[in-house]
Write a protein that binds this ligand. Structure first.
Ligand code: ADP
Ligand code: MG
Length: 337
């Protein structure tokens, strides 16, 4: 068999395997696009944990009709233009493959308007436009994804129960809301309200919506600036702990990320205050020059690489340690080690 170059439809389906693991991945990519479009309100409607339907509506910038036609094509993005942009990404998206991947494995429709002209409406099935029309104009975008994995039966078979898939969606929404306290989130599952935030910009208020009032009351604010990093957030007093490490949220330049080393730095910051086998509840928002963080590690963009990693981990550890010292939770004697 000679070499042949794949048509886009096939390449998109293959890429979709990495980007769209489950309904929660679709919710993540769509909400991140809404955030990148400067939305202050994002409404998410999910049916059957997203296996049946996911609808994301925002009041962001919207797209022109011409852009809507390009948005779901492979490697189509408005967020980077050249290689230098790749090293200073300041949006959540930049790979231009989320909509292409989602469109390849679902029935999708896009309704979008920049507000000044009629909205464009497109219906796409398995990556191919099936229908297009003009619609009523409202600034913003509405994307509907139905029948996820209808054309990838092997993947569909791997979907877990509604309960599990909904758990993934809820976990994701919590992190996105914690990372974007100034955006109002409205989430509905099977017609019932699931999750709401006020969008006031107050992180503690979101913490109280996500983890409850009693946890929010036990949080200490932390704030620290170094030459390279600014660290801001809330850490739970050691009397409130969890059995799982899942309650530590690390946000870098507005992006929720997973970093074993960052969570380890947080735990070290608690010093001897945590009971053995228990983990803290922490939300840390870290800002740094985008040049210092490589977000292009994996298609899901959950992992990043820091160029000044040691300095960052030390700063995080010391920020937390100092907060407890100031709150007199650490006895003077333990300070030097
Ligand atoms: P990326 O986010 O990496 O650029 P996507 O495939 O997620 O790639 O989206 C492609 C493009 O479609 C985006 O760059 C953006 O211009 C446009 N787009 C997608 N969703 C929205 C939205 N909700 N509002 C405005 N523009 C959008
Ligand atoms: Mg995107």
């Amino acid at each position: 068999m000679g070499i042949f170059q794949m048509p886009d439809a096939l390449a998109n389906k293959i890429a979709a395997g990495e980007v769209v693991e489950r309904p929660a991945s679709v919710v993540k990519e769509l909400i991140e696009n809404s955030i990148d479009a400067n939305s202050s309100w994002i409404k998410v409607e999910v049916e059957e944990a997203g296996l049946q339907k996911i609808k994301v509506i925002d009041n962001g910038n919207g797209m022109t009709e011409a852009d809507a036609e390009k948005a779901f094509l492979r490697h189509a993005t408005s967020k980077i233009q050249d290689e230098t942009d790749l090293f200073r990404v300041n949006t959540l998206g930049f790979r231009g493959e989320a909509l292409a991947s989602i469109a390849a494995v679902s029935r999708m429709s896009i309704k979008t308007s920049e507000g000044d002209s009629a909205a464009a409406w497109l219906s796409i099935e398995g990556g191919v436009v099936k229908d297009r029309a003009k619609s009523d104009a409202r600034k913003g975008t509405e994307i509907v994804v139905e029948d996820l994995f209808f054309n990838t039966p092997a993947r569909l078979k791997y979907m877990k129960t509604i309960h599990t898939e909904l758990g993934h969606i809820t976990d994701l929404l919590n992190r996105l809301a914690l990372s974007h306290a100034s955006i109002r989130f409205e989430v509905v599952h099977n017609g019932k309200p699931l999750f709401n935030t006020a969008g006031t910009g107050d992180m503690l208020q979101v913490i109280s919506q996500v983890y409850g009032m009693s946890v929010a009351r036990k949080m200490l604010p932390v704030k620290h600036e170094t030459l390279d990093f600014s660290i801001d957030g809330y850490i739970a007093k050691p009397e409130v702990t969890r059995a799982s490490r899942n309650y530590m949220s690390t946000i870098v330049n507005g992006r929720y990320i997973k970093s074993m080393q960052l969570t380890q730095a947080i735990v070290r910051g608690y010093h001897t205050l945590l009971p053995i086998g228990r983990s803290p509840i922490v939300v840390l928002a870290i800002e740094m020059d985008p040049v210092l963080v490589d977000v292009n590690v994996h298609p899901t963009k959950l992992e990043v690489r820091f160029s000044k990693d040691k300095a960052l981990f030390t700063a995080v550890e010391e920020t937390i340690h100092a907060a407890f010292r100031n709150a007199s939770l650490i006895p003077q004697m333990e300070q030097k080690q």
